[in-house]
Every structure is written in C-alpha cells, then in structure tokens.
Design a binder for this molecule. Structure first.
Ligand SMILES: [Zn+2]
Ligand SMILES: [Zn+2]
Length: 301
C-alpha cells in the first residue's frame, strides 16, 4: 500500500515535470537559464530553443526569440557566456519567434542569413509578425513596433564562421519546413542546430509554400554526410545524432504508406485521418500525431 502511494506520487511528479517542459516549450518569454549541449554550445530551452556558440574570438547566437525583449534576454545570456564582445546572429528560418527579436541585440551585432531565407523574410516576414501578433495579447506586446532589418551578410549555400577554437558552418541545403531553412553545424563538437528540419518526435510540418517531402528528404541526406553527434532542435528536446535518421525514417514511412493509399484511390483527407490513427499506434511515444498536413503534401508532390 505504502509502495503504491509512493509510485503514484512519483508518477504524478513525472507527469508534472513533463508538463512543465511542454509548457516551457510554448511559453513565449525566454528565461536566462542555459543547458550545455556540447563543449562550445549552450541552449536556452523555450519557444524556441536558442543556441549560443562560444569561441575565444566571437560568439554566435542562433535565433532571436519572439520580439526584442526576448532578443535582449538572449544577448544578456550570450554576453555572460562570451569570452569576447564580437557577436554574430543567425536565424533558422524567417518565422517571428526565430527572427523577430533581432532589435533586442546590441547594435554592432553581425546579422547573417542565407539568401533564400532573406527572400522569404522580405516576402512574408511582416505578414507573419502580424499573424503572430493577432494570436494573443502577450504576442502583440512582444512584437509591438518590430522592424525587420537587412542582414549584414547574406550567403548562398554555406558560410563558415571561425569563432576561435570552434567553427560554425551555416548551411542552406534546400527547403523543408520553409524554403530558407538554415542549419548550423558546429565543429569540432559535431553539434547540429537543426531548426525544424530535424526534430525529436515531432511530426514534420511544411509551412505554406515551404519545401516538399522530397526536398526535405534530400536535405536530410545531405545532413547524413556530416558527422552529427548532438542535435539541438528548435521546438523539441535535444538528442544525439540518431535523430537525423529517425527523422528520415519517419518521413520515408509516412511517404510509403500515403502513396500506397493514393494508389488505392483513397482521398488525401481520408488518408490523413487513417494514417494519423495508424501512426499514433506505430509511434506511441510521440506526444501528438496529426499527419494530415504532411500527407496532403505527399499527395500533391
Ligand atoms: Zn516555423
Ligand atoms: Zn518555430
């Protein structure tokens, strides 16, 4: 009896802990606490997870948080970890929680991103800020007066930043969640800051006219050629290099099943419903399983 009470208490506690992790991941105000990912990489876990890569000569931050107040928090944390005031900032993609906090960083911050992402930013950035602002009073406040400035450096497919004892390779491998998804690969740590491209048990989400299932797989194949040891995704828990193959295997699996149903004449809508139920059973430890959107993309390709 006593043991059972204990077990129940433990289960309740475990549940609370996972709840608070989930709550933290959707809470738009970032805290100052950091988690060490690898020798040169720290993360602020939240909405989104933000990477801080520290070398002897400079520091690189990946993603800005939602609005300048979050940007300023990240800049403060980065300054505490930094060994040198030189600061680079890049963004995994153009969505507001990843890019709209830039104004909170010190004015001499060097903003760098890939050309495709910048094109998306110019086309849809302001519209996304407006859309996020309309979702809650808190978002509206955090995004008030946001202006999106042009980067100091724009690159096509790769930019290498020597931070001093550690190198960040900023990579554009093609479209996945968005057209301009950027990956940061940190050497020698083998740490991949993966944005939405590689997540930990999260159904992939192609946003608007972003990538396609095939381009997402092509990006993952290019990532496989890197020697990834640690993965820091933007909206899920960090993990080891096996997350890359897990992501690819999931998309492969979903694509195979969806195309089989398409050949049988099942509508995209019905296939989405059927496969959401099927994959919920097949991947029981994934927190949510709605594959309807991705199945539509597979049908359309
Ligand atoms: Zn996004
Ligand atoms: Zn996001």
């Amino acid at each position: 009896m006593h043991l059972r009470v204990k077990i129940q208490a433990f289960a309740a506690l475990a549940c609370l802990t996972s709840l608070s992790a989930a709550a933290q991941m959707s809470q738009p105000v970032l805290g100052e606490e950091t988690t060490k990912i690898s020798d040169h990489v720290w993360a602020i876990m939240g909405f989104p997870n933000v990477a801080i890569i520290v070398g002897s000569r400079a520091t690189l931050v990946v993603d800005t948080g939602l609005g300048p107040r979050n940007g300023a928090t990240i800049a403060r944390v980065a300054a505490k970890l930094s060994r040198n005031p030189k600061l680079f900032l890049t963004t995994t993609h153009f969505h507001p929680e990843h890019a709209a906090g830039e104004a909170g960083f010190p004015p001499n911050t060097i903003l760098i991103r890939n050309a495709v992402q910048q094109q998306e930013m110019e086309k849809h950035g302001a519209e996304m800020v407006e859309s996020f602002s309309s979702r809650s009073a808190q978002n509206k406040e955090l995004l008030a007066g946001v202006k999106l400035r042009s980067p100091d450096v724009i690159f096509e497919t790769e930019a290498k930043i020597d931070l001093g004892g550690v190198t960040a390779r900023l990579l554009w491998f093609g479209g996945a969640h968005t057209k301009g998804d950027e990956l940061t690969f940190v050497e020698p740590d083998g740490t991949l800051v993966s944005g939405d491209v590689v997540q930990n048990k999260v159904v992939p989400n192609i946003f608007g006219d972003g990538g396609t299932p095939a381009s997402w797989i092509a990006v993952l194949d290019k990532i496989s050629a890197l020697n990834v040891q640690h993965v820091l995704p933007d909206h899920s828990a960090p993990g080891d290099g096996s997350l890359v193959m897990q992501e690819r295997a999931f998309i492969d699996d979903l694509q195979t099943r969806a195309l089989a149903l398409k050949r049988q004449g099942v509508s995209a809508e019905d296939a989405g419903k059927q496969l959401s139920a099927e994959f919920k059973t097949k991947y029981p430890d994934w927190p949510s399983m709605n594959v309807a959107g991705f199945v539509r993309s597979i049908y359309a390709e």
